[in-house]
Design a protein around this ligand. Structure first.
Ligand code: PEP
Ligand code: MG
Length: 890
């Protein structure tokens, strides 16, 4: 028969599923011989039965009676006994902590009959009536569903009537009157009297805790935190101890190490003559835990001893709640405590040094998310910092500069030594130079995968996007905030890409020592190096020794490639060649697109060839000896042409003046011809290569010639040619045939044999579904999970995050955007199946991923699990990917 109740002496910390986190740890402490007030835990199984059937399991009542009797024997008094009542607390405690979501009732067992018994035992009349008052208030609110405001108002009224401000100035008689008043409230609001039978109080409180699992706020919290809805909560029934029995009593919280820095020492707060809720309510000021030594040395020494026991036992930082009742120390709760990112790294390596855990365990104690936090420069905020807006935290970091509203000014000002923030409604490829020149980018439209966000993340540049309350007026070069503040060009603004906040004026910035370490500017071995850097270094080395996934970078210039290499990149997984066609070269592309004759087209291609070749030479040099995946041109052609509206207006105005020029008219015609309603589903990727003769051939030739040249110069170039947006193997076959001819010609003329491989992106559902066929013609697959997510969900990657994703996240439809963390069930299952189908055709098929997910911690674990060979991500996310790949493998 199922057992629904466990005495604290029966459980242990491994029973969190059954006893909840709090119950399991109370049991663990009890068994360690620590002073825990005796009690028992009603299991999550009992809760589940109740939630499913609407009534408690039949056996529960008798089991509770049995454990209650045992508790009464142990305490030498009965629940609610008139002359000396045993009082208990009834607290929720689920497997995962759900702070503030669920219910607790203290002082169960007090009644009209036992309140004077408590007063006599405690020798404190006021204390007894105050405890009774608290019980009716808490019970009335959480168990009987009375509006808590009614009790608060009555309390305020009692204080007003007496002319006092704080609760402690109410004496026993006042509180006795208040109890009568509270009882009237309960009777009036619920149509029944406050229950005087202690067992009935307890049973109703237990049921209320069960019910609190399914309140709207608890459900919402679980959806957002991805806690399963069917776990149920356990209920802890614990004998009461009181910290409010005079100056030799008190309550406090303690940490076995500093949760902020990770350093060892005495950390916590203590409040004399108080109960737990008083600390939270902030009625009086707490003192630092160290002061307890002066207040009650014996309890302090015992607490220090217990903290050491707990840390050695849990092998981790623990946080603790304790109460001192007339000089006797009681432990009310412990758990492995939350900590900052820096503390997590320090503590993990300290514990290794103390011999408490090994390196594999240490690696599980830190996360890529924490490492990412350590890599951003921070704002040193103070009271003067003025927030003027908030957008989406698109690319983390802290950036300060003068507001500029166009790329031209951004470049011009930055050349003259100014730091600038580029502010646009949204960015497009034309803004690239401005983005490079700026310290940070702020847009009022677009989500986490908007152009601004993706490119900024790629550059490791701070970006806040979609700050909709900011009105950006690029024409008049100003931005207006929702409260009417105007930021003019040249005014200083500060943007925080980790929080999405925008500030007026300059907020001071502190650089990250961890980035300086990855950059090679800080030596981890030097004696005076911060112990945080040393911890990061140790854990990174260990992760590298464990991981199976290689980590490459998405980079399309030598500078990014070199930085990525310093950060540990093992090659380039995605070079987006479209980024090489911007700026001055755009005109050449325009000519290519508009060419009427083969001769015109060939002339444009001939001019582009040496430029492309020079790009590749630089890139191969920066990544010498490592693979470089070069993707042939991908984006829709119209991105290289002038804006259709602007051009139409220009031509119309010129026509009205009767001086329209032939070129503009032709251009407008072409722009119209190429205009698409859904450019992301239009003429892009391999479709371009098949429609514009010579384009892909030129790019392949540039890659081949650059490789030959590097080889002749003694280098070791390892280019891989990648075809984007393939939907069917036929597309790939045509491109492959042409590419092979081009490569053969280059090999012939250069006399260098080139071992170039050719593969494809898998970024359309059809490609994933026919991966077995596509692998016939591909040496490698690289999953483009940005487009794959876009096309599998039918979500426009450039729009949805700023439009309805907030609503989706709030409703808990997903806990995180599928553009950020791979949707394992949908997109992920296509990746898994395509990887398997590809390998079935070609066992040596190399598999990687180059969508944004390649640098997302949770997604990295998924890619490890489905057996990819590498992930590729922006340079700044490489350390995170290395760490997570190590954690996935360890
Ligand atoms: C992708 O679609 O995942 C990808 C890497 O390509 P891009 O983001 O350039 O479309
Ligand atoms: Mg793509």
């Amino acid at each position: 028969m199922a057992k629904f109740v466990y005495d604290f002496t029966e459980g242990n910390r491994d029973l969190k599923d059954l006893l909840g986190g709090k119950g399991a740890n109370l049991a663990e402490m009890t068994n360690l011989g620590l002073p825990v007030p005796p009690g028992f835990t009603i299991t999550t199984e009992a809760c589940k039965v109740y939630l499913e059937s609407g009534t408690e399991p039949a056996a529960l009542r008798a089991e509770v009676s049995e454990h209650l009797e045992a508790l009464e024997r142990q305490m030498g008094k009965k629940l609610g006994q008139a002359d000396d009542p045993l009082l208990v607390s009834v607290r929720s405690g689920a497997k995962f902590s759900m702070p503030g979501m669920m219910d607790t009732v203290l002082n169960i067992g007090l009644s009209d009959a036992s309140v004077s018994g408590l007063a006599a035992q405690a020798g404190d009349e006021r204390f007894a009536w105050d405890s009774y008052r608290r019980l009716i208030q808490m019970f009335g609110k959480t168990v009987l569903g009375v509006d808590g405001e009614l009790f608060e108002e009555a309390l305020e009224e009692a204080k007003r009537a007496k002319g006092v401000v704080v609760d402690v100035d109410l004496d026993a008689a006042d509180l006795q009157n208040l109890v009568a008043h509270f009882k009237d409230i309960v009777a009036k609001e619920t149509g029944r009297d406050f229950p005087q039978d202690p067992r009935e109080q307890m049973d109703l409180a237990v049921r209320a805790v069960f019910d609190s699992w399914n309140t709207d706020r608890a459900k919402l919290y679980r959806r957002q935190e991805r806690i399963p809805g069917d776990l149920g909560t356990a209920v802890n029934v614990c004998s009461m101890v009181f910290g409010n029995l005079g100056p030799d009593s008190g309550t406090g919280v303690a940490f076995t190490r500093d949760p902020a820095s990770g350093h060892q020492g005495v950390y916590g707060d203590y409040l004399q003559n108080a109960q737990g809720e008083d600390v939270v309510a902030g009625i009086r000021n707490t003192v630092p835990l160290a002061d307890l030594e002066g207040i009650d040395k014996a309890s302090y020494d015992q607490l220090m001893q217990i903290m050491e026991t707990l840390e050695t036992h849990y092998k981790d930082l623990c946080d603790i709640e304790f109460t001192i009742e007339r000089g006797k120390l009681w432990m009310l709760q412990t758990r492995v405590g939350k900590r900052t990112a820096g503390a997590a790294f320090r503590i993990a390596t300290q514990l290794v040094d103390q011999g408490l855990i090994d390196e594999a365990e240490a690696l599980q104690r830190v996360t890529g998310g924490q490492l990412a936090q350590l890599m951003f420069p921070r704002f040193d905020l103070d009271a003067k910092s003025q927030t003027i807006g908030r957008g989406i935290a698109a690319s983390p970091g802290a950036a300060v500069g003068k507001a500029v509203f166009d790329s031209y000014t951004a470049v011009k000002w930055s050349r003259s030594g100014e730091k600038v923030i580029l502010i646009r409604r949204e960015t497009n490829p034309d803004d690239l130079n401005g983005m490079i020149a700026a310290e940070g980018i702020l847009t009022s439209r677009g989500g986490k995968t908007s152009h601004a966000a993706v490119v900024a993340r790629g550059m490791g540049k701070t970006c806040v996007c979609g700050a909709e309350e900011l009105e950006v007026d690029t024409k008049s070069r100003r931005m207006t905030t929702s409260d009417g503040t105007v930021v003019e060009e040249g005014d200083v603004v500060s943007i925080d890409g980790s929080t999405g906040k925008v500030y007026a004026g300059e907020v001071p910035v502190v650089p990250s020592p961890v980035v300086e370490y990855f950059e090679g500017k800080v030596d981890a071995a030097a004696a005076d190096t911060d112990d945080l850097v040393k911890s990061v270094h140790r854990l990174m080395s260990y992760a590298d020794s464990q991981r199976r996934l290689a980590v490459r970078t998405n980079a399309d210039n030598a500078e990014d490639a070199a930085r990525a290499r310093r950060f540990g990149a093992q090659g380039i997984g995605l070079c987006r060649t479209e980024h090489m066609f911007l700026g001055e070269r755009r005109e050449l592309v325009e000519r290519l697109i508009l060419a009427d004759t083969d001769a015109d087209r060939d002339a444009a291609l001939a001019e582009l060839l040496p430029l492309q070749k020079a790009d590749f030479i630089e890139l191969f040099e920066a990544m010498d000896g490592l693979p470089v995946t070069v993707r042939l041109l991908d984006p829709p052609l119209h991105e290289f042409l002038p804006d259709i509206t602007e051009l139409s207006v220009r031509v119309a105005l010129a026509e009205a003046r009767k001086d329209a020029n032939e070129n503009d008219l032709r251009l407008l015609q072409a722009v119209h011809k190429l205009h698409e309603q859904n450019p992301m589903l239009g003429l892009r990727g391999v479709r371009l290569g098949l429609v514009i003769p010579g384009l892909f051939a030129m790019q392949v030739r540039a890659i081949a010639e650059a490789s030959a040249e590097r080889r002749k110069a003694g280098g070791d170039p390892r280019a891989e040619i990648m075809i984007p947006l393939v939907g069917t193997v036929q597309e790939l076959e045509i491109v492959r045939e042409e590419a092979e001819q081009v490569i053969a010609r280059v090999e012939e003329t250069s006399g260098v044999s080139l071992s170039l491989t050719l593969g494809t992106m898998i970024e359309l559902p059809r490609a994933a579904l026919t991966a077995g066929q596509i692998a016939e013609s591909a040496d490698f697959f690289s999953f483009g999970t940005n487009d794959l997510t876009q096309t599998v969900w039918g979500f426009s990657r450039d729009d949805v995050e700023a439009s309805f994703f907030t609503a989706y996240l709030e409703k808990g439809i997903f806990g995180v955007s599928p553009f950020e963390t791979i949707d394992k069930d949908g997109v992920g299952s296509l990746v898994r199946n395509a990887a398997a189908a590809g390998r079935a055709t070609r066992p040596d098929l190399k598999l990687g991923v180059c969508g944004e997910h390649g640098g997302d911690p949770e997604s990295v674990h998924f890619f490890h699990e489905v057996g990819l060979d590498y992930v590729s991500c922006s340079p700044f996310r490489i350390p995170v990917a290395r760490l997570e790949a190590g954690r996935a493998a360890a």
